[in-house]
Ligand binder design. Sequence first.
Ligand SMILES: [Zn+2]
Length: 115
Amino acid sequence: MPIYEYHCRACGKNQSHLFLSQREAATTPPCEQCGAHKLTRLLSRFAYHQTEAARLDDFDTAAPRDESFYRDSRNVGVWAKKRAKEMGVDLGSQFEETVENARSGKILGKILDDL
Ligand SMILES: [Zn+2]
């Protein structure tokens, strides 16, 4: 399920949208704040890297995750990484690349399926 972040050019609100499929993600949703069809898709890599260490620290993989968790693309990969650490698995550099792809919404579904 791809997650994308958007900026609304009408009201200025940033927001995340979760899609059930790549096909659905091909269409841009209306703004959740003002309803305008003026959303621009964002990439949020920088913000993610800034907070990743902190997120890994307080992250509890046993806690229930609701829809809002998956709506935050910065959480993509954090859960998987922590879980792997707990299981003593070395994910290696290939995984880092995979997470990068997931973060941009390409293969989130695959990561969740694999774990
Ligand atoms: Zn708006």
